[in-house]
Structure formats: C-alpha cells, structure tokens
Write a protein of this length. Sequence first.
Length: 231
Amino acid sequence: MALKTLALLAVAHLAQAHFGIEYPPMRADTLSASHDHGTHYSQWIQPCAGVPGNLTDAPRTEWPLDGGSIKLDLHHKWTYIFINLGLGSDVSNFNYTLTNPFWNSTGNGTLCVKKLALPTNLPISDGSDASLQVVTIGENGNALYNCANIRFRANATPLSDEECVTEGVTYAPITAQASSGSDSSSTEGDGQGAGDNGPTRSSAGPAIGVNMGVLSSVAALTLIFAFGMSL
Ligand SMILES: *[C@@H]1O[C@H](CO)[C@@H](O)[C@H](O)[C@H]1NC(C)=O
Ligand SMILES: *[C@@H]1O[C@H](CO)[C@@H](O)[C@H](O)[C@H]1NC(C)=O
Ligand SMILES: *[C@@H]1O[C@H](CO)[C@@H](O)[C@H](O)[C@H]1NC(C)=O
Ligand SMILES: *[C@@H]1O[C@H](CO)[C@@H](O)[C@H](O)[C@H]1NC(C)=O
C-alpha cells in the first residue's frame, strides 16, 4: 500500500522531477532519455537510472586525487542530496559517501561545489577509475538517481571559479545535533570542502536542525522505495 502510494506520487511528480549532473558529465543523458521511448533509462531506477557502468560511449572525466568538482542542475523547489562514490571501471556498488551528512538544497538552478572532499584512506591512485552517484530525495522519500564516470588523475584540476557558479540554489548539510537557532555550522572542515568560491551555502542560514525521527523516516522511505523499484 505504502509502495503504491509512493509510486503514484512519484509518477505525479515525474514531469518536473528530473535533475542533471552537468559536471562531471553523466554516463548518459538520462534527462531527455525519459522522453525517448527507445531507451529504458529512467532516473527512478537505482543505482544509475538504468545506465550500465560499462556503457562504451559514456564520458569519463579526470578528477583530482583529493576530490573534484560537481555541478548539478536542480529543478525542484527543494530536495535532499546524497553523493556517493564507487571504485572501479564498471561500478554498480557505491559504498563510499561524499555527503556525510547529506544536504538539503533549496531552489531550482545550478549547484556547484568546487572541491568535494573524499573519505580518508580511499584506496585510489593516479589512473584509478570510479563513478559518482547522485541521489536526490523528495519529502515523500521518492528518489532519483544519476551517475557519472571519473578517472582519478594526479594532474587533474577542479573547475575554475568562473566555471563553478551556484545560481538559484542554497544548500546546507543536515545536522542531526543542531537545534534551531544555532549558528551555521562551519562551512569548512566538515568533509564537504566547499572551497574558496564556496557556493552560497552560508547564505542558507543557520544549520538545519532535524530530529533523528525525521532522518530515520527519510532513510526508511528511501529503502522502501529503492526496494520497491527493484522488484
Ligand atoms: C556490460 O555488462 C553486462 C552485464 O553486467 C553485459 O551483459 C554486457 O555484455 C556488458 N557490455 C559490454 C559492452 O561489455
Ligand atoms: C525555477 O522555478 C521558477 C518558478 O517556479 C520557474 O519560473 C523557472 O522556470 C524555474 N527554473 C528552472 C531552471 O527550472
Ligand atoms: C567498497 O567496495 C569495494 C568493491 O566494490 C571494496 O573493494 C571496498 O573495500 C569497499 N569499501 C568499503 C568501505 O566498504
Ligand atoms: C529542507 O528544506 C525545505 C525547504 O527549505 C524545508 O521545508 C525542509 O523542512 C528541510 N528539511 C529539513 C529536514 O530540515
């Protein structure tokens, strides 16, 4: 019953629900693909909208060994964002998170983070292949998926300040321990690496307080939905 409700909500939101990874470019164009009945790509399908990890003509973007840029096109009024990483050339297992805690993003437009920090002791070196997975989740737990292939390179650079501009969007990490009215948690050193040209994160205002019940139900709905979609 719950699954059916979620599925119906998902369909109801379909028209406006998709998002793009502008940089690094997506494995395949899952945005226009949704209008192309010749493909079975759909951002509702986990882990990567139905785009396989071994797609031969998928772009593979060089990323710095200590983390690179990501630029998203968001079309929602607001959404939760998770960015995960999987290692290898044909990835379907995204078992490292780059957004801990995950983000709450408000506004439609472009969200660019110049340098997304990596987990410590990540087993990568110059030439290691990997994929990024971006998951956006709405208030009902309906989730959208998109992936981009990367190759870690010692001489790769992040986007420039001119290229990495956030417009129309503010975002903040969900902080479980913050109470409302507390000051914004530091924009540095929290693992997100907003970088020098930090997107307008701080203008998102105070850190967002959330109780664990809310977090748990978001997570639970996500699991339910992911499970339902894979049946
Ligand atoms: C990609 O992987 C799938 C199975 O995961 C396999 O069936 C397919 O042949 C592979 N395609 C290429 C181009 O290697
Ligand atoms: C953002 O939302 C506004 C108002 O809802 C709309 O007019 C505009 O076209 C949207 N822009 C994008 C890029 O979706
Ligand atoms: C993630 O999965 C890869 C295999 O895909 C494995 O080698 C690695 O140890 C895993 N890392 C963690 C932290 O689970
Ligand atoms: C995320 O942001 C939206 C819009 O600003 C807000 O309505 C929602 O309550 C926020 N979620 C949490 C958990 O703070």
